[in-house]
Design a protein around this ligand. Structure first.
Ligand SMILES: [Zn+2]
Length: 156
Protein backbone atom coordinates (compact mmCIF):
# COMPACT_ATOMS: atom_id res chain seq x y z
CA UNK A 1 0.00 0.00 0.00
CA UNK A 2 1.37 3.42 -0.97
CA UNK A 3 1.02 6.50 1.18
CA UNK A 4 -0.26 9.73 -0.29
CA UNK A 5 1.41 12.93 0.87
CA UNK A 6 -0.36 14.28 3.96
CA UNK A 7 0.07 17.94 2.89
CA UNK A 8 -3.08 19.91 2.07
CA UNK A 9 -4.45 18.91 -1.32
CA UNK A 10 -1.23 17.15 -2.39
CA UNK A 11 -1.68 13.96 -4.37
CA UNK A 12 1.96 12.88 -4.65
CA UNK A 13 3.40 9.80 -3.02
CA UNK A 14 4.27 10.35 0.61
CA UNK A 15 7.62 8.69 1.06
CA UNK A 16 9.19 10.79 3.82
CA UNK A 17 8.41 10.74 7.51
CA UNK A 18 7.74 13.99 9.33
CA UNK A 19 7.06 14.06 13.08
CA UNK A 20 3.52 15.00 13.99
CA UNK A 21 4.45 16.94 17.08
CA UNK A 22 7.53 18.68 18.34
CA UNK A 23 8.17 16.26 21.18
CA UNK A 24 9.36 12.73 21.35
CA UNK A 25 6.12 11.18 20.20
CA UNK A 26 6.48 8.43 17.68
CA UNK A 27 3.68 9.63 15.44
CA UNK A 28 4.52 10.54 11.87
CA UNK A 29 2.84 11.95 8.83
CA UNK A 30 4.05 10.93 5.40
CA UNK A 31 5.07 13.64 2.94
CA UNK A 32 6.39 13.83 -0.62
CA UNK A 33 9.89 15.19 -1.29
CA UNK A 34 8.69 18.71 -2.07
CA UNK A 35 6.68 18.95 1.09
CA UNK A 36 9.22 17.34 3.40
CA UNK A 37 11.52 20.15 2.27
CA UNK A 38 8.85 22.75 2.99
CA UNK A 39 8.24 21.05 6.30
CA UNK A 40 11.90 21.20 7.29
CA UNK A 41 12.17 24.84 6.33
CA UNK A 42 9.23 25.78 8.53
CA UNK A 43 10.39 23.51 11.31
CA UNK A 44 13.76 25.22 11.36
CA UNK A 45 12.16 28.60 11.55
CA UNK A 46 11.80 28.26 15.29
CA UNK A 47 15.09 26.56 15.96
CA UNK A 48 17.07 29.78 16.38
CA UNK A 49 14.52 31.35 18.70
CA UNK A 50 14.59 31.33 22.47
CA UNK A 51 11.57 29.97 24.31
CA UNK A 52 10.36 33.44 25.15
CA UNK A 53 10.64 34.57 21.53
CA UNK A 54 8.58 31.61 20.43
CA UNK A 55 6.08 32.31 23.18
CA UNK A 56 5.82 35.97 22.16
CA UNK A 57 5.31 34.97 18.58
CA UNK A 58 2.54 32.58 19.50
CA UNK A 59 0.89 35.00 21.90
CA UNK A 60 0.84 37.81 19.35
CA UNK A 61 -0.72 35.40 16.95
CA UNK A 62 -3.26 33.98 19.32
CA UNK A 63 -4.61 37.26 20.53
CA UNK A 64 -6.35 37.62 17.24
CA UNK A 65 -6.55 34.10 15.93
CA UNK A 66 -7.81 31.99 18.78
CA UNK A 67 -8.45 34.20 21.79
CA UNK A 68 -9.80 31.36 23.91
CA UNK A 69 -6.63 29.31 23.82
CA UNK A 70 -4.16 29.44 26.66
CA UNK A 71 -0.82 27.93 27.53
CA UNK A 72 -2.33 26.00 30.39
CA UNK A 73 -0.54 22.83 29.37
CA UNK A 74 2.60 22.15 27.44
CA UNK A 75 0.53 19.89 25.18
CA UNK A 76 -1.50 22.85 24.11
CA UNK A 77 1.61 24.98 23.72
CA UNK A 78 3.08 22.58 21.21
CA UNK A 79 -0.17 22.17 19.41
CA UNK A 80 -0.34 25.91 18.86
CA UNK A 81 3.33 26.03 17.95
CA UNK A 82 2.72 23.31 15.44
CA UNK A 83 -0.23 25.07 13.82
CA UNK A 84 1.72 28.29 13.54
CA UNK A 85 4.66 26.56 11.95
CA UNK A 86 2.45 25.83 9.00
CA UNK A 87 0.57 29.06 8.90
CA UNK A 88 3.44 31.15 7.58
CA UNK A 89 5.97 29.98 5.05
CA UNK A 90 9.39 31.51 4.39
CA UNK A 91 7.93 34.00 1.90
CA UNK A 92 5.50 35.24 4.52
CA UNK A 93 8.25 35.57 7.10
CA UNK A 94 10.33 37.56 4.61
CA UNK A 95 7.36 39.80 3.89
CA UNK A 96 6.88 40.56 7.57
CA UNK A 97 10.58 41.43 7.72
CA UNK A 98 10.38 43.80 4.75
CA UNK A 99 7.44 45.60 6.30
CA UNK A 100 9.26 45.77 9.62
CA UNK A 101 6.54 43.87 11.43
CA UNK A 102 6.54 41.03 13.91
CA UNK A 103 5.51 37.75 12.37
CA UNK A 104 1.84 37.11 13.03
CA UNK A 105 0.64 40.70 13.36
CA UNK A 106 -3.03 41.35 12.90
CA UNK A 107 -4.08 42.04 9.35
CA UNK A 108 -5.38 45.52 10.25
CA UNK A 109 -2.00 46.36 11.74
CA UNK A 110 -0.28 45.23 8.56
CA UNK A 111 -2.59 47.51 6.57
CA UNK A 112 -1.81 50.44 8.87
CA UNK A 113 1.93 49.92 8.51
CA UNK A 114 1.62 49.56 4.76
CA UNK A 115 -0.17 52.90 4.49
CA UNK A 116 2.56 54.58 6.51
CA UNK A 117 5.31 53.05 4.39
CA UNK A 118 3.62 53.93 1.10
CA UNK A 119 3.40 57.52 2.20
CA UNK A 120 7.02 57.53 3.32
CA UNK A 121 8.47 55.97 0.17
CA UNK A 122 6.12 57.39 -2.43
CA UNK A 123 8.04 58.92 -5.37
CA UNK A 124 6.00 62.11 -5.13
CA UNK A 125 7.36 62.64 -1.66
CA UNK A 126 10.93 61.89 -2.69
CA UNK A 127 11.45 63.78 -5.96
CA UNK A 128 11.46 60.57 -7.99
CA UNK A 129 14.34 59.05 -6.04
CA UNK A 130 14.98 55.65 -7.72
CA UNK A 131 16.04 53.99 -4.52
CA UNK A 132 12.74 54.83 -2.92
CA UNK A 133 10.82 53.53 -5.91
CA UNK A 134 12.59 50.18 -5.53
CA UNK A 135 11.84 50.16 -1.85
CA UNK A 136 8.20 50.91 -2.49
CA UNK A 137 8.05 48.07 -5.01
CA UNK A 138 9.44 45.63 -2.43
CA UNK A 139 7.00 46.85 0.19
CA UNK A 140 4.08 46.45 -2.17
CA UNK A 141 5.15 42.91 -3.08
CA UNK A 142 5.51 42.01 0.58
CA UNK A 143 2.09 43.45 1.32
CA UNK A 144 0.54 41.49 -1.54
CA UNK A 145 2.21 38.32 -0.32
CA UNK A 146 0.70 38.72 3.14
CA UNK A 147 -2.66 39.74 1.76
CA UNK A 148 -2.85 36.45 -0.11
CA UNK A 149 -1.60 34.53 2.90
CA UNK A 150 -4.17 36.04 5.20
CA UNK A 151 -6.95 35.41 2.74
CA UNK A 152 -6.03 31.81 1.95
CA UNK A 153 -4.57 30.41 5.11
CA UNK A 154 -5.92 32.47 7.96
CA UNK A 155 -9.50 33.04 8.97
CA UNK A 156 -9.41 36.69 9.89
ZN1 LIG B 1 3.21 16.65 -1.16
Amino acid sequence: MKNICDWNNCKDLGEYKAPKEKDNSKKFRMLCLKHIKEFNKNWNYFSGMSDSQVTDFLKSDMTWHKPTQSFSSSDNFFKVLWNNTFKFDHKDIKAFEILGLNVGMKWVEIQEKFKVLVKKFHPDMNLGNKKYEEKLKLITLAYTQLKNTYREKIDT
